[in-house]
Ligand binder design. Sequence first.
Ligand SMILES: [Ca+2]
Length: 416
Amino acid sequence: MHSLKIGALFLLSSLLLSATCERQKSNEVTTEDEISQHGTLPPVENRDPNTDYEPAFEGQTRIGGVKTTTPYEVTVIAEGLNKPWAVTALPDGRLLITQKAGSLRIATSDGTLSEPITGFPEVDDRGQGGLLDVAPAPDFESSRMLYFSLAERTPQGSLTAIGKGRLSDDETTIEQFSIIYRAIPYFDNSMHFGSRLLFNKEGNLFVCTGERSDLATRYNAQKLETAHGKVVHITPEGKPVAGNPFIGQEGILPEIYSYGHRSPQGLDIHPVTGELWLSEMGPRGGDELNLIKPGKDYGWPTITYGIEYNGNTIGEGITAKEGMEQPVYYWDPVLSPSGMAFYTGNAIPEWQNNLFIGGLNSNHIARLVIENNKVVGEERLLADEGQRFRDVGNGNDGALYAVTDEGRLYRISKAD
Ligand SMILES: [Ca+2]
């Protein structure tokens, strides 16, 4: 009996050891690196929270701090961009940058900017609207097709729309722009369009939409006959993807993938697990990082770790409910999370698969170390720059690039 137990223990520890070795091999990091990735410093947030809500589990907020040990340099490689909203690499390594009023720029990795590229329909660039995200089609090198999200303005109001067009051979215009998807219904205001878009490896699009901020539309996040406050999953033609969780169900939009979102502005796919992650702005307190699974309800406005801007509770003032997903992580006070990217470069190995999220009114980029779908460390980068970080993206050169509301393009790269 005794020796059997020891035998079982030995077997178990050998298994664990071999599993650990496997993981080291795949991530090319040493055990020492892995340990240093766990936050052992004080949490980066030390201000009082806006609420007295308790997290659902340890580490859901205010995780221990981490500090990058690899020397890196931060360079402003371009200035004078007009309200850039997204930065995304082309296959050749140049960067696409949208400007909110309705144009596109192309930047080289040393910061040389093209003239504004036009050819878009009129966008509603009031408030949080405008020409928003951009993604090259998976076959961009042959098709030259680009996909965009934008706030479309019509006499009935505005909505989040997805469109596509061809980058002309001389790179001065977008040709044959057409709208492929509209997140109904229209509503006449200028807020919470959401609208990051990205292609998955099957070549379909994920798009996140906001609930348009108004009390009249807030509850649409829970209503499956609207596309407000959702992640939708569509083909490059704008049609629901076969296999979507609600396909064939009466009264439910077939493009819906997840729901119960407030103002999601960050979306990316984990480079190793292939899972979809989303950041969303909460109200006062309660900004969230969510792991998105098909058909799930992310709770807004029924559950939240935030409160109204006037201090009132939202709904019943609860943070958890059966059948609703908990955020993996939340911030109170808020980060104001905008665009985000998992680092996929090799230049700074300790950053591999870490998540970098642009913070708007928090004026920094949040670096999150994530293991087994939990946040285990947080760092604030570029906090001395005093900028509103609108988007962060990977270059093809191992550097991260970020754009700010103030019009800067940053390069964050390994120091020589
Ligand atoms: Ca939520």
